[in-house]
Every structure is written in structure tokens, then in C-alpha cells.
Design a protein around this ligand. Structure first.
Ligand code: URA
Ligand code: CA
Length: 433
């Protein structure tokens, strides 16, 4: 294979073979193909797209470019859940114990990542003693015993994707559906689950602003997953405003605990029931999502979901008593209110800006080296459609430093208040099989 021929073939709109793609990814990973040729290739894809077969080949080749996790020592159909990213998205913290409580084996690798708040791994570190660096044997044993374990990524997963993603970032080729879908799915395939449930976000605070684009991305990922032999389902859900009320690490852990008790925000609970019911079906435990949802509701009502959370926490060395006493979580010295400047109804909340404000308060990382303030963040008090009066509290900032001016301005400007009441956005848009 000569890389220049592969680029030309794609540039001319012809279909690449599995061999073309495998050799290209192997050689790129081995540094035998220079970045300038891979950049030209990415741009050719941007304009010419890829067939479903090409997408499956690219994804499986990238998944095979580094270590692949072997979950075969775990009994049952292992189900992974992945979100394309939102603000205040606490779903993994809830879904791991919730799905586990009805028997789904959840073996989840999660990231820290740069962002508005930490990743799931950072959030779990808000629990005293919680170990997020499990070795493979311990991880498998905990999933077998407790049905749920979450660990940080170790080893060298999908190096080809890491290199290509870095290149796309600086060559204006990130927003290509085949490249996004194969990038995300390569990591899912390498993580070893048998079935994958995707939460694809749409709206102002999401990567995919339009529902149609989100649907296209979801379709692409589901086709790749199924094409690679993993049962894959995608739910398209709203990110026009932050999910739930908490945006921050410890704050989101607390919100997750409340949700598992049946006392959490309605939007998070509904989304978790939907994603969870697809996980239950994918694991082969029920025939229908209706039946699955009923089991999940019962697990919350009976307290078994919360009990599973405690077992999951204790299994990883954490203090399970936080589930009964969330005040044991890190809490911030300063709590400052952001108030409404006028009367009316909340018409929109720029989720991105709320995320940025949380990061300004210390909840997120701005560089890989920065440390996170686990106690910092924002508790929203008002969401879209809620009436507000001038001077009423829109949100409460949690800060360890009291240095809140910048964040306050960001939160204030992220709310728009109008005299006419707006209906809250629809939470769920579609399910793609
Ligand atoms: N997230 C990824 O992992 N890859 C992309 O290409 C885009 C978002
Ligand atoms: Ca939240």
C-alpha cells in the first residue's frame, strides 16, 4: 500500500478496502506514515465521507492499534454506557449502581478529562478512600461480585485515535460524522464491553447543536457498533440546559445519591430510567424496555439501588456511609447566591457558560496538570420555564476561595429571562437501534 494512492482513491470518492484501512492505521501507529499525509486523508474523508463498511474497518483498526481490554473473565453480557458529553451529566454515577442492582454487569472505564467539571473518575474521588486505579484482576472480580466497577483508563488504548484526533484538531477535520463516530466507537470497542448504550446529546450545550445532526451521529455509531458485533443502541437526549441541578464533582455525587433514593431531579431520573432500560435489554435480562424500566423503578423504591451504590463504593475502598450521610462529601467554605435582575420566566440557560462558570470556581481542569477542587461548583435553583422574581436566587455558587465575581457574571449572563413563559425542552428525542 502506498499512502498517496489511498489518499487519491478517497479524494476521488472511491471505497477503500479493509486491507487499505488496516495497513494505513498500522503504519500510522508505527510512525511510518507522516502527519501531513494523514491530514490529507482526514480532509478527503471530510469531503467524501465513508461507507458503513469503511467506518467499521477504520474503527476496528483503531481499536486494535493498542491494548484491548479483555472482559471475558466476567460472567454475563457486559454493558457499557457512553455519553457524548454534557454539562452536569451525572448519569454514569447513577447508572452503574442502578443497572447493577437489577443484575446488569457494568464494567466501566472512565476518564478524567479536561472539561467543565472532572470526569466520572474525578467525581468518584470525592468519596473518601475510593480507589479509581484498579488492576485488571480486581476489576473483573469486583464486577463478578458486585456487578459494578469503575476504573480509570490504564494501558495504551487506541493510540491511532489519539494521534488522529490531535491532528484533526489542528486541521479543521474534527466535525466529520464518520471521523467522530469511529473515534468514539474505537475507544468503546477497545474497552471490551459486549453491548453499548450511547447517550447522544443535542442542543445548545452539546457538540451536536441540531437534533438532525445528533441523529446522524447516533445512526453512524450504532451501525459501527453493530457492524463490529457489539449490540449497540443510542438514545438522543436534550442538552439545551444542564441536566439536573448540580454542576460540580461532590455536588454531582450528592445528586446521584439522591436520585438513587428516588429523590433526585426528574430529568436525570427519567434519562437514567431510559438509558438503564436499554442496558437491561442489551444484557438480555428482559425482553422489553417497559419491563426493564419497571424493574429499575422497583430497585429505587425498594432501596436496592442505593444498597448497590454502597456495595459498589465499599468494593472500591470508599466510605459507603456517604450514601446515608452525603454531608461527609467535601463541601465548600463559601456559598454565594446569583440572583435574578428582573421578573419573568427563565427562557434559556446557556449550558456551556454554566459549565465554564463551574470551571472558574475550580470544578474543572484548564490544563492536564491542574488540580480540581472537588467541593466547588454550582447548584442551579431555576430551570427553563420556571417563574422568577427580581432578586430571587437563580443559582448558588460553591467556592473554596470566595473568589466568585467572574463566575457570577458568567452565570448571570447565561440566564435569559422573558415575560412570556417558555415550555421546558423535551428531554428525549429518539432511540436508534
Ligand atoms: N470525541 C471523541 O472522542 N472523538 C471525536 O472525534 C469527537 C469527540
Ligand atoms: Ca447534574
Amino acid at each position: 500500500m502506498r499512502m498517496v494512492d489511498v489518499i487519491e482513491k478517497k479524494r476521488n470518492g472511491r471505497e477503500l478496502t479493509k486491507t487499505d484501512i488496516n495497513e494505513m492505521i498500522e503504519q500510522y501507529t508505527a510512525e511510518e506514515i507522516p502527519d501531513y499525509q494523514m491530514s490529507a486523508f482526514a480532509m478527503a474523508i471530510f469531503f467524501q465521507g465513508m461507507t458503513t463498511d469503511e467506518r467499521v474497518h477504520l474503527t476496528t483498526a483503531m481499536a486494535a492499534s493498542g491494548d484491548q481490554v479483555d472482559l471475558s473473565g466476567i460472567e454475563g453480557v457486559k454493558v457499557d454506557k457512553h455519553s457524548t458529553g454534557g454539562v452536569g451529566d451525572t448519569t454514569t454515577l447513577i447508572l452503574a449502581p442502578l443497572a447493577a442492582s437489577v443484575g446488569v454487569p457494568v464494567a466501566k472505564m472512565s476518564g478524567r478529562g479536561l472539561g467543565h467539571t472532572g470526569g466520572t473518575i474525578d467525581k468518584l474521588e470525592a468519596i473518601d478512600g475510593f480507589d479509581v486505579e484498579l488492576n485488571g484482576d480486581t476489576f473483573n472480580r469486583l464486577v463478578n461480585e458486585n456487578k459494578a466497577a469503575v476504573t480509570g483508563q490504564s494501558g495504551n488504548l487506541t493510540p491511532a485515535d489519539k494521534k488522529l484526533y490531535g491532528l484533526r484538531d489542528v486541521t479543521a477535520t474534527v466535525d466529520s460524522i464518520p471521523l467522530i463516530a469511529s473515534s468514539i466507537m474505537s475507544k468503546k470497542l477497545a474497552s471490551g464491553a459486549d453491548a453499548i448504550v450511547l447517550d447522544v446529546k443535542t442542543g445548545a450545550g452539546a457538540f451536536m447543536k441540531e437534533t438532525e445532526e445528533a441523529r446522524e451521529l447516533a445512526r453512524a455509531m450504532v451501525d459501527i457498533g453493530n457492524g463490529a458485533g457489539r449490540h449497540t443502541t443510542a438514545v438522543i437526549s436534550d442538552m439545551n440546559q444542564p441536566l439536573g441541578y448540580a454542576v460540580g464533582n461532590a455536588l454531582e455525587v450528592k445528586e446521584a445519591i439522591e436520585t438513587l433514593k428516588g429523590e433526585g431531579p426528574d430529568d436525570i431520573f427519567e434519562l437514567c430510567l431510559t438509558l438503564g432500560s436499554h442496558m437491561v435489554v442489551a444484557a438480555g435480562l428482559t425482553e422489553t424496555t417497559e419491563e426493564a424500566e419497571e424493574r429499575l423503578r422497583e430497585a429505587v423504591r425498594s432501596g436496592s439501588a442505593l444498597e448497590t451504590m454502597k456495595i459498589f463504593i465499599a468494593g472500591q475502598g470508599g466510605d459507603p456511609s456517604v450514601a446515608d450521610n452525603p454531608e461527609k462529601l467535601p463541601s465548600a467554605a463559601y456559598k454565594k447566591e446569583v440572583t435574578a435582575a428582573e421578573d419573568g420566566y427563565v427562557a434559556s440557560i446557556a449550558a456551556d457558560d454554566i459549565g465554564t462558570a463551574a470551571s472558574m470556581l475550580g470544578a474543572g481542569r484548564s490544563t492536564k496538570e491542574s488540580t480540581i477542587d472537588l467541593a466547588a461548583g454550582i447548584m442551579l435553583q431555576k430551570k427553563i420555564g420556571d417563574p422568577v422574581q427580581k432578586g430571587e436566587v437563580l443559582a448558588v455558587m460553591h467556592s473554596s476561595t470566595g473568589n466568585t465575581e467572574e463566575a457570577e457574571a458568567k452565570i448571570s449572563s447565561s440566564y435569559t429571562i422573558e415575560t412570556q413563559q417558555t415550555k421546558p425542552p423535551q428531554l428525549l428525542y429518539d432511540v436508534i437501534h
